[in-house]
Design a protein around this ligand. Structure first.
Ligand code: ADP
Ligand code: MG
Length: 697
């Protein structure tokens, strides 16, 4: 392998390349835009474009593309060659500032949620110079935002960028009110830990459900699951290790700070975590990571599954969104320091986050909702669908003190002694972990653990940035008016703790008692994606998104439509695939097996020696009865699918039909098929089983 330091970011037009290749004045102007958000002059863009083209062509690129993130949740790209004809029948390679700054892909085939009438096809992509351009597959990729003809956001990036500006503005107000005169910028930072499954390509190819829906719609529980807990952090098998090595290398070339890799809890499950970066770049990088995870798998005869729940009864995948706020002078605003009770700035930012999460928990819940995650949230492997915050002993103790007046002490962590004199004493963290909490403080950041594995992290982060910006703006309003700021901070802290401590919960989030307790505290428990979408219609939520310039009311409403539409289509595809597999693969196979049992009974009986055929007879009866039940459930599923298909009412009501009728009937049908799988001769079973898929790499 080439030296890591040499390959790192070798395909990225980053600061170092810009400094080297751009004229000084151009570099300065561009840096100012990137760092201070000032508008970019067109002549600067021309110079940058030419430098980018030369750099890309030297690296073998032939095309460029505006790389954007439509509401499908995946990325989109349309490649144009650099070629331009000359009068003598040859070509030159061109790339103008105009082409760098603006693109015009046809927007009509991307989800717009009613933002665009059918006849309005125009959409624009606009260069996001805060995320560096890169080369992928011989194309120069320009990260861009995507909007409609009238400027409404049609993508995941635009609201994220808007929310970062909002948080910057409000955080600076608070810092200034606290007497800080040096900080000029506050950015949110994110490190997403990405979970994924790897299975053998041949197994995948034999499963229509995996190909069409990303998850198994059938499959009995294997005799071995994850109960031995022998996969978590287990040593890597050679094929997996080779895969991870190549993946790291590909990610490093794109400047992605891939850092940690390990086997996860479920068999065939793994994780990759990067070092955190600013939210926008981290979001782009996570999209690229997911893309490369799939692509590199192909080279190893593997398939990477990013679905939240590819296998029933086996842990699914999530993404832990580690989030914090940092200043341009290097301060992590969520760093408690050695005596957090005296660190009023930290406490103010901390309680602002608590307030934000408490007041807008429905928006956060929505930001983690998709059809795949519905299998996890509230089930016994992922945080419950109830949003609460884990703070740990030390901070909870400080908040308790604040509730009744100023805090006077911080519980300190001791050293840990292991009882072996040759082992060094270990400094202990002030607080233990709690893996059952959806929103956990982990030392100097919050870990939002509900995020779905397959989705863009833009949603959770633009919601977090916006709601925290709102909490900070209310704090700033108070501090800016106060005559004695320190006194006002203390009053504010007590108020914030009193009002919002109900969202703090340090206990076991997986327990039934918590569900009851949360209901008593008035915390919402939003069951599925369908119900969660209502958060986008509430006046309070629309107002906060609009106030901070993140989404207009119309944009919120369009996202409501897009989320429901996506959900309904997903369940519809799953139901149709369930029917196809049940009718054309399982039913015929089971009938063949029953016929073979009947033949066996006939043949043996015909020998005329009175041999016992009771086993075959019993089995035939059982198989026949389950087959009849399967057939009945196929008919019932067809009925509800037709009902949904013919329904012409409200999209929300249609969602409820998909969730509570179609989805439920899919599960009932599956149960019968899975029981059949456990008794039908493997030779006859048409699908690779769970143990075939989970234990064969
Ligand atoms: P664990 O979750 O097991 O504690 P780490 O401590 O390595 O693992 O952190 C997990 C992720 O959190 C990593 O991606 C890391 O870069 C990220 N992280 C660390 N500090 C911050 C921060 N200030 N802001 C955002 N993410 C952070
Ligand atoms: Mg973690």
């Amino acid at each position: 392998m080439s030296k890591v330091t040499e390959i790192f970011a070798s395909n990225v037009f980053n600061d170092c390349v810009m400094k080297e290749r751009l004229p000084k004045a151009t570099y300065k102007a561009l840096k100012k835009t990137i760092e201070m958000g000032t508008a970019l002059a067109p002549d600067v863009a021309d110079v940058v474009a030419a430098a980018m083209r030369d750099w890309a062509v030297e690296k073998g690129a032939t095309h460029f593309t505006h790389w954007f993130q439509p509401m499908t949740g995946i990325t989109a790209e349309k490649h144009d060659a650099f070629i331009s004809p000359t009068s003598d029948g040859k070509i030159i390679l061109e790339f103008s500032g105009k082409e760098l700054i603006k693109g015009e892909p046809d927007a009509s085939s991307f989800p717009s949620g009613g933002l665009r009438a059918t006849f309005e096809a125009r959409g624009y992509t606009a260069w996001d110079c805060t995320s560096p351009a890169f080369i992928k597959d011989d194309s120069l990729c320009i990260p861009t935002a995507f909007c409609s003809y009238h400027g409404e956001a049609l993508d995941k990036k635009t609201p994220l960028l808007r929310s970062m500006e909002a948080l910057n503005k409000q955080a600076l107000r608070v810092l200034k009110a606290l007497g800080n005169t040096t900080t000029t910028k506050v950015t949110t930072t994110v490190g997403p830990e990405q979970e994924y499954f790897l299975i053998d390509k041949a197994m995948y190819d034999a499963r229509k459900d995996l190909i069409l829906t990303g998850r198994t719609l059938f499959g009995a529980k294997p005799s071995k699951g994850q109960e031995l807990e022998d996969h978590y952090f287990g040593s890597l098998k050679q094929r997996i290790s080779d895969y991870m090595k190549e993946l790291d290398e590909e990610l490093w070339k794109l400047g992605i700070l891939a850092k940690t890799k390990h086997n996860e809890v479920a068999p065939a499950q793994h994780e990759l975590a990067p070092i955190f970066s600013t939210t926008n770049i981290s979001t782009d990088h996570n999209q690229l990571t997911m893309e490369l995870m799939k692509k590199v798998a192909g080279k190893h005869g593997l398939v990477c599954l990013l679905h939240e729940k590819p296998f029933a009864g086996v842990n699914g995948s999530g993404k832990h969104n580690n989030w914090s706020m940092g200043t341009d002078d290097g301060v992590n605003l969520l760093e408690p320091g050695n005596s957090p009770h005296e660190n009023l700035q930290f406490l103010l930012f901390l309680t602002s986050v608590i307030k934000a999460v408490d007041e807008y928990s429905d928006l956060l819940r929505l930001s983690a909702a998709n059809a795949g995650n519905d299998h996890r949230l509230g089930a016994n492997e992922a945080p419950p669908a109830i949003i609460s915050i884990f703070l740990g002993d030390q901070l909870t103790d400080i908040l308790d003190q604040i509730e009744n007046g100023p805090a006077t002490s911080s519980k300190l962590a001791s050293d840990l002694t292991i009882g072996v004199t040759t082992l060094p004493p270990l400094p202990k963290d002030a607080t233990d972990r709690n893996r059952t909490s959806p929103f956990a403080f982990t030392g100097n950041k919050f870990e939002f653990r509900m995020t779905p594995s397959s989705a863009s992290i833009s949603g959770p982060n633009f919601v977090l940035n916006t709601i925290v910006a709102e909490a900070l703006s209310e704090v700033a309003d108070r501090l800016e008016k106060a005559t004695d700021v320190e006194e006002e901070v203390k009053v504010l802290l007590t108020e914030l703790v009193k009002t919002h401590k109900k969202v703090v919960f340090n206990g076991n989030g997986y327990s039934d008692e918590w569900v009851e307790e949360a209901a008593k505290r008035g915390l919402p428990n939003i069951k599925s994606t369908v119900e969660s979408t209502k958060a986008l219609l509430s006046e309070k939520n629309q107002a906060v998104l609009e106030k901070h310039g993140v989404l207009t009311k119309v944009e919120s409403e369009s996202r409501y439509e897009i989320t429901l539409e996506g959900y309904n289509k997903t369940i519809n595809i799953e139901a149709l695939t369930t029917l196809e597999i049940a009718k054309r693969q399982i039913l015929p196979s089971v009938i063949k097996y029953a016929t073979s049992l009947a033949s066996s009974i006939n043949t043996i009986t015909a020998v005329g020696i009175g041999a016992d055929v009771s086993v075959q007879t019993e089995l035939l009866k059982e198989v026949s009865s389950l087959t009849a039940s399967l057939n009945k459930n196929i008919a019932l599923l067809e009925e509800v699918v037709a009902k949904a298909d013919n329904f012409d009412g409200d999209i929300y009501d249609l969602g409820m039909i998909y969730r509570y009728e179609v989805f439920e009937q899919m599960n009932t049908l599956r149960e019968v098929a899975d029981t059949l799988e456990t008794i039908v001769d493997k030779e006859f079973w048409p699908l690779p089983t769970y143990s075939d898929m989970l234990f064969n790499v």
